[in-house]
Design a protein around this ligand. Structure first.
Ligand SMILES: [Zn+2]
Length: 307
């Protein structure tokens, strides 16, 4: 007769699977229980710090939910004082490859500070003085409507004198969100960015405090708003300064208005549908550059419904 002896767990030697993954990815973690012939090898999985991942309590399957780090613990079911932890880092998915690679000619005189410029065929550069259509109005009419007003460049009096230097690249794969800081009207930003030789207002859209959506750089052209991430990236700025700070003895703190949030959600939603942009391709400026923009009081993507 064979006697079955109960063999207790003595340790968890290692957790394998991964230590990093991207937002939206899932990975299987495996705990290596010793001895390998222990009678009860079951494990309970929990997240003990951070909110970057979730874990299935029974299976050890982790899912990246936002960028950051989390600690995941594997605990022996039969001996809960035996556990081991692993640090998991969650990163944003890498940007897709640039939309187009250039032909022979690279247009001259187009080097904006901060712009990510790539060679594109000369046929995609509009001749100076040539007018652009109202691209966004077309999208609006076809696909949706906005609660607040859409105000075209012509309506707010944009200065198009530098438009001859705009680069036409119609592909859009990402959206970057900004706040304006203290310069927060379309006209003032247009002047500021023109003085930088950026071709006038570099955001594709500005959302005013009243929720009105101002047309900035027309959508078919490369914006100038995020260093190294302009080609293919739609720039949307909310008027206001959402990074609180002390100034001259006063605590200055501003948040987006309800009207701005409404317009942001609507605008992002219809751009996503039109260009096929997934939630994981919506960024804060601070995700891509070393900046506080759009400020710590900018609402979370969870609250906005972008995650
Ligand atoms: Zn910004």
């Amino acid at each position: 007769m064979q006697v079955r002896t109960y063999i207790p767990v003595t340790g968890i030697s290692n957790i394998s699977g991964t230590t990093s993954l991207q937002v939206g990815q899932t990975r299987q973690l495996t705990a290596h229980v010793t001895p390998t012939n222990a009678s009860d090898r079951r494990i309970t999985w929990t997240v003990t710090s951070g909110n970057a991942v979730t874990v299935n309590r029974n299976t050890g399957m982790i899912t990246g939910v936002r960028t950051g780090t989390s600690t995941v613990r594997a605990t022996s079911v039969c001996r809960p004082n035996i556990w081991r932890e692993v640090r998991i880092t969650v990163v944003n998915p890498p940007p897709p490859p640039p939309p187009r690679q250039g032909g022979a000619g690279t247009p001259g005189g187009l080097l904006w500070k901060g712009a990510s410029i790539m060679p594109i065929p000369p046929t995609h550069v509009r001749a100076p003085g040539q007018t652009h259509g109202n691209i966004f109005r077309g999208i609006l009419n076809r696909e949706s409507s906005l609660t607040h007003s859409f105000i075209t460049r012509a309506s707010w009096g944009a200065n198009s004198s530098q438009s001859g230097n705009w680069i036409e690249v119609r592909t859009k794969h990402s959206i970057v969100l900004h706040h304006t800081g203290r310069t927060n009207t379309a006209t003032a930003i247009d002047r500021l960015h023109a003085n930088n030789d950026w071709g006038g207002i570099g955001y594709h859209f500005l959302i005013g405090r009243n929720g009105n959506v101002y047309e900035g750089r027309p959508l078919d052209f490369v914006g100038v708003h995020t260093a190294g991430h302009n080609t293919g990236y739609i720039g949307i700025a909310l008027a206001g300064d959402f990074e609180p700070r002390w100034q001259n003895g006063w605590f200055f703190a501003q948040e987006p208005t309800t009207a701005q949030i409404t317009s942001l959600r609507e605008l992002v939603g219809l751009l996503q549908r039109h260009y096929g942009i997934g939630n994981h391709r919506i960024f804060k400026h601070s995700d891509l550059n070393n900046t506080s923009c759009p400020g710590s009081r900018f609402p979370s993507f969870q609250m906005l419904g972008f995650r």
